[in-house]
Design a protein around this ligand. Structure first.
Ligand SMILES: OC[C@H]1O[C@](O)(CO)[C@@H](O)[C@@H]1O
Length: 512
């Protein structure tokens, strides 16, 4: 899940309830929010490598790119290094960061539906502005609007999904949102590949985002709000009817009562921000801040944002570069699906540790192969080397996609109890957006200065984060949220922060 607060409605509930057609339609529409995020995230990489786009908005970059003589630049690595070009990609994340502060209150006070609708409108207008852009300003304003869309949808969609779905599929849906993001990235890569050859293809690439935005807006108009949100806003009777409708059964008393109780308790939480800085919540504060930071310092967005540019820099032809982005996008989707099936089987730690080691090995291998290209970037690869490079980049993306990708959202959401949940999620989402923005903004400059050593730079962070997980993250698989304190209490490091009276006496940790 890429944001929002997970509504657990009391944790381990096993209510009756079918997966009704209503729930399915609801989920499809809401999932458009994740798809749009992924689409807008993945689309810029291909667009910024298209000649016509560069020629229109960034002619200097175009000249540098075509110039093989070295007159305009010192090395191949620097040909895309242009702050405005990177702002086109990364401004979206800055806007998303700002919007999520407003979006969380609007989602709570006015409901999930309104928030999704506002997000959809931002996506729609942003896509159209970009598609019809006549200058760089219009292009960047469009990206900022798309970023507002991301901010609103990241708050409302995951919440909407988890509140509409029957409890038994809530966990799967949590990762399902991340899956939709990866599908969005893949679709963007495919569209770029197809449209690169047609005249002004970039306009279509940027404009096609309007289609899921329209579905999202229409959905938000016609679908109802969640029972949780109705209860929160005092519409009890409407909420009960809604619950009967979405569950497809009449007897919803037990679940309804639980939702009412959860809402009462939520009202009692006076100040999640004050709570989370208390010493007893130190582990949650640390993980909600460091997990998103580390997730971005795996370097994944270097590939997601700039794969075509990166491949071109490393000497791939323009078509091969766009195709390679499709391949990495496909690997990303498949590995995220693998994660859905293995996260409750192997546990979080195994996935984090395996993912970290595999990412590191791949980064070392990529550095070694890219070294052939030389510091000045004038070397060239053999066909075999190109394939090997692509193989290791794919293996790297796969290891991210079954570890830090989905777990970066899952773990923070499952360790925060109600009294700190909203603050914990807000920290997680904002730290993630902030560092996505920073990496998006400085990557091309880093590529220019660090050259192939760039992969090593992120590799260094992967070593630190893997050691961090090994020593500090206890296994959270199958641990109900109310028993999390026992886990911290029996941890060699976190135990010192947790007073004995916080530990639930019924805790059972045999499964760990
Ligand atoms: O699938 C990769 C994508 O997933 C995210 O980490 C969000 O969870 C993005 O920052 C990244 O681009």
């Amino acid at each position: 899940m890429a944001g929002g607060v997970v509504a657990t409605g009391g944790g381990r509930t096993h209510h009756e309830g079918k997966i009704t057609l209503f729930v399915i339609v609801t989920c499809i529409v809401a999932a458009m929010g994740g798809l749009l995020f992924g689409y807008d995230l993945g689309i810029t990489g291909g667009v910024t490598s298209m000649d016509q786009f560069l020629l229109k908005f960034f002619p200097n970059v175009y000249i540098q790119m075509k110039d093989q003589s070295g007159v305009h630049h010192h090395s191949q690595y620097c040909k895309f290094d242009n702050p405005l070009l990177t702002l086109f990609t990364s401004s979206l994340y800055l806007a998303a960061l700002v919007a999520s502060f407003f979006a969380s209150s609007i989602t709570r006070i006015m409901g999930r539906k309104i928030s999704m609708f506002i997000g959809g409108i931002f996506f729609l207008v942003g896509s159209l502005l970009d598609a019809f852009a006549v200058n760089v300003a219009m292009l960047i304003i469009g990206r900022l609007l798309l970023g507002f869309g991301v901010g609103f949808c990241n708050q409302s969609v995951p919440l909407y999904l988890s509140e509409m779905a029957p409890p038994k599929i809530r966990g799967a849906l949590n990762i399902g949102f991340q899956l939709m993001i990866t599908i969005g990235i893949l679709i963007a890569n495919l569209i770029n590949y197809k449209l690169a050859k047609i005249k002004n293809g970039w306009r279509f690439s940027l404009g096609i985002g309007a289609v899921p935005a329209i579905i999202l807006c229409l959905g938000a108009i016609f679908l109802d709000d969640t029972p949780n949100s109705m209860i929160e806003r005092g519409k009890q009777e409407k909420a009960r009817k809604m619950l009967q409708r979405i569950r497809g059964i009449d007897d919803v008393d037990e679940e309804f009562q639980e939702l009412v109780n959860a809402s009462e308790e939520a009202k009692k939480v006076d100040n999640a921000w004050k709570n989370i800085i208390e010493a007893k919540y130190r582990p949650q504060l640390v993980f909600c801040s460091l997990i998103p930071f580390f997730q971005q310092f795996t370097g994944i967005n270097v590939i997601m944002f700039y794969a075509p540019v990166l491949f071109q820099t490393l000497g791939f032809g323009s078509n091969a570069s766009l195709m390679s982005a499709v391949i990495t996008g496909g690997v990303n989707v498949v590995a995220t699906i693998i994660s859905i099936f293995s996260v409750d089987k192997f546990g979080r730690r195994i996935l984090f540790l395996e993912g970290g080691i595999q990412m590191l090995l791949c980064q070392v291998k990529v550095t070694m192969i890219a070294k052939e290209f030389g510091v000045s970037g004038v070397g060239s690869f053999s066909k075999g080397e190109v394939n090997l490079l692509l193989f290791f980049i794919c293996a790297y993306v796969a290891s991210f996609a079954w570890s830090w990708g989905p777990l970066g959202w899952l773990v923070p959401s499952e360790i925060c109890s109600l009294e700190i949940r909203s603050a914990g999620q807000a920290i997680n989402v904002s730290v993630n957006m902030l560092f996505t923005f920073i990496i998006g903004q400085v990557f091309l400059m880093m590529l220019c200065h660090l050259k192939f050593g760039l992969f090593f730079f992120f590799g260094g962070f992967v070593v630190i984060m893997t050691i961090f997980i090994a020593f500090f993250l206890p296994e959270t698989k199958n641990v109900p949220i109310e028993e999390m304190n026992s886990v911290w209490r029996s941890h060699w490091f976190w135990a010192r922060f947790i007073p004995q009276d916080m530990v639930n006496s019924h805790a059972h940790l045999q499964d760990l």
